[in-house]
Design a protein around this ligand. Structure first.
Ligand code: NDP
Length: 491
């Protein structure tokens, strides 16, 4: 707002409303040139490395270990030793102290984690600062509270830990998914071998430093970086008792096939194609904000993203007009800029996948709207996109795009909305927008989705279980339900 303009005789008004850039300094983060695997409380020198980059400008950030079968074997052995050497028999109240410490350290180092997460993953700093990092700390606080109360959570069932948990996480919420997996596992007395996603290993490697600060006994948490082959080695490892996986449905199915008959425990949190349903009595401006949050949050790299918008026919035109107007105000750009709403796409491969699916939407006959938008020259970017005139059969209405792309469809009656919303192989989440409480309950009972948000979207809380139906997986993370997969019971 540098210049003021006088309007006739009235008070001066600003002539220019564009935002000045407000970059967060990256100086707070020290990135090493090279990282090994964190095994048995020490850094294991990798035999192979690859380069991890910043998706905003393709800047190389560090050389990171590519975990081989032998590296995974050492990590599993360290986890087994730590399990047997006292972690599994430590009183819950003692385990809780470590979890509390980790939570406090995450809070103390929150800015460092937020900057690193945005740099390595491409997500806007305001999201990593206000959502990812605080929620990750909240998960550790929450499960610290359960560690000494497992007998009360499962009365008369004598809970005990499962053993060594292999945990494989994706690139969309690297630190938060780590917290969702590690916190309940440790609270229940298990030890862990974790593999972060190939493109986003750095926050997990910084987390290793938090574990050192918290003086967690060596081997309780081991972190092996690498690509899908490293993940597969964890799945195949004979001394792992449980696999927890978050990622694509395709890989989830492959893991389930491999584990069939082994007796290993498994939880899968997979893809989604969520319906966000707006009835004609909804508060439209509020709904538009919810729709935008539902699909453009984290560039749409969200398994529960509201990627199919169902609008009741009578409000279709005003709602789409409001939505398109709102889209034109989204600021796309540098993830480290505090004003940025939509950051960089996580990787070249993901950008290619988004482009391919968007091209299929245009080809199949949908109408595309993309606001005017200047994208940075380097890095991976995609303009927030809305498709209207979408038929249920189009690929953009069926397949998970995992990008900032919304498909708008219509309905006339609640029954029709329900039928269309459930017409998907997925079943992770859904949203309902209406002022009628009875309609919210009617819809929530019938939607085949693990989470149903009413008049809001993308709300997460450690005390609330999260997970899917159908091809979105099985098992729950969060809440009391999130303890079950990490426990055996003497019935
Ligand atoms: P993947 O399912 O391939 O990746 C998830 C995790 O599993 C990563 O750590 C990955 O390693 C690892 N992995 C890959 N192959 C295997 C294997 N055979 N055995 C064990 N672990 C394995 O997802 P992508 O990153 O390839 O993304 C592809 C698509 O999946 C996206 O476009 C999106 O649609 C969907 N997706 C859904 C997510 C969700 O939360 N529901 C999260 C991420 C992706 P690596 O990173 O090295 O590949």
């Amino acid at each position: 707002m540098s210049e003021l303009e006088r309007k006739q005789d009235g008070a001066p008004v600003p002539a220019d409303w564009t935002y000045a850039s407000a970059p967060e300094s990256r100086d707070i983060v020290q990135i090493a040139e090279r990282y090994g695997h964190f095994v048995g409380g020490e850094w294991l020198e990798p035999t192979e490395t690859y380069e991890t980059i910043a998706p905003r400008d393709e800047e190389p950030l560090a050389a990171v270990g590519h975990g081989t079968e032998a590296d995974v074997g050492k990590a599993v052995a360290a986890a087994r030793a730590a399990y047997a050497d006292g972690w599994s028999s430590l009183p819950g109240s003692e385990r809780a102290k470590y979890l509390f410490r980790i939570a406090r350290l995450l809070q103390e180092r929150a800015r460092e984690f937020a900057v690193l997460e945005s740099l390595n993953g491409g997500k806007p700093i305001k999201e990593s600062r206000d959502v990812d990092v605080p929620l990750a700390a909240a998960h550790f606080f929450y499960y610290a509270g359960w560690a000494d109360k497992l007998e009360y959570a499962f009365p008369n069932r004598r809970p005990r830990p499962v053993g060594v948990a292999g945990q494989i996480i994706p690139w969309n919420f690297p630190l938060l998914m780590l917290a969702w997996k590690v916190a309940p596992a440790l609270a229940c007395g298990n030890t862990v071998v974790l593999k972060p996603a190939e493109t986003t290993p750095l926050s997990a490697l910084l987390f290793a430093d938090v574990l050192r600060q918290a003086e967690l006994p060596p081997g309780v948490v081991n972190i092996v970086t690498g690509d899908g082959r490293t993940g597969a080695a964890i799945v195949e490892s004979e001394d792992v008792d449980k696999i927890a996986f978050t990622g694509s449905t395709e890989v989830g199915k492959e893991i389930q096939r491999r584990l069939a008959g082994t007796g290993k425990r498994l939880t899968l949190e997979l893809g989604g194609k969520a319906a966000n349903i707006v009835f004609d009595d909804a508060a439209l401006d509020q709904a538009v904000e919810g729709i935008v949050n539902g699909i453009y949050f984290n560039q749409g790299h969200v398994c529960c993203a509201g990627s199919r918008l169902f609008v009741q026919e009578s409000i279709y035109e005003p709602l789409v007009a409001k939505l398109e107007r709102r889209l034109s105000t989204l600021r796309v750009g540098d993830p480290l800029d505090k004003n940025t709403d939509v950051g960089a796409i996580n990787s070249a491969a993901q950008l290619e996948k988004i482009r391919e699916l968007v091209a299929s939407g245009v080809e199949e006959g949908a109408r595309i709207y993309q606001p005017p938008c200047v994208l940075p020259e380097k890095g991976y970017w995609f303009v927030p996109t809305v498709f209207t005139n979408v038929a249920q059969s189009y690929r953009i209405a069926q397949e998970e795009i995992f990008g900032p792309v919304l498909s708008v469809l219509t309905f006339r009656t609640p029954e029709e909305a329900l039928e269309k919303a459930n017409n998907t192989p997925y079943g992770l989440s859904a949203g309902v927008w209406t002022e009628k409480g009875s309609r919210i309950l009617w819809m929530a009972q019938r939607l085949r989705a693990g989470v149903v948000w009413a008049n809001t979207y993308n709300r997460f809380d450690p005390s609330s279980p999260f997970g899917g139906y159908k091809e979105s997986g099985f098992g729950r993370e969060g809440g009391l339900h999130g303890l079950g997969p990490y426990l055996e019971f003497d019935e």
